[in-house]
Design a protein around this ligand. Structure first.
Ligand code: PNS
Length: 161
């Protein structure tokens, strides 16, 4: 039997968008197991606390038995290695994402040459979606239905900005 391949899909997911879900689904079509890894970043002031982001991620990925949601801190490559992952998956929406992602991928490879980085493109309809813009739009009283999962949209509307 061929080796089962686990990948890590890391991020802040503040909040998870349909673009993220699109990348997870694409990863599932290639790899056996996807660990969605939420970074615990003490330096950043998030919109949603870690527990709530994990909760939303678990809800929206519950349809996929081959997906696990976990948190990590410290270096991503160490975490990936420790979880037995072969690669890190990152979504690339536009050329503007590329420079930072390329730099990070090469730095990660320098630290752990056995962990590859795989870039994937989301569906065109999500190519302009970002958690940062979603946060900004809801804060200013707007909405982005269809670009974030319904459960996320409900929670975004509940927040007192
Ligand atoms: O969704 P984001 O915020 O763009 O994800 C960024 C993330 C979590 C992939 C990146 O910040 C990360 O890997 N952080 C962990 C710390 C680390 O390994 N830093 C060295 C990167 S070369």
């Amino acid at each position: 039997m061929s080796e089962r391949i686990t990948v890590v899909y890391p991020g802040s997911f503040d909040p998870v968008t349909n673009g993220h879900l699109d990348i997870i689904e694409r990863s599932l079509s290639i790899f056996d197991r996807v660990i969605v890894a939420l970074l615990i970043n003490v330096d950043k002031q998030p919109l949603f606390p870690v527990e709530e982001r994990v909760d939303m991620l678990k809800t929206v990925t519950a349809q996929w038995p081959r997906v696990d949601v976990e948190t990590f801190d410290g270096l991503l490559v160490n975490y990936a290695l420790q979880r037995g992952a072969k690669a890190i998956v990152r979504g690339i929406r536009a050329l503007s994402d590329f420079e930072y992602e390329f730099q990070m991928a090469l730095m990660n490879r320098r630290m752990q040459p056995q962990i590859e980085t795989v870039f994937m493109m989301p569906a065109e309809k999500y190519s302009y979606v970002s958690s940062r813009l979603v946060r900004e739009i809801y804060k200013l009283g707007g909405a982005t239905p269809g670009l974030i999962p319904d459960v996320v949209e409900q929670r975004m509307k509940q927040i007192k900005y």
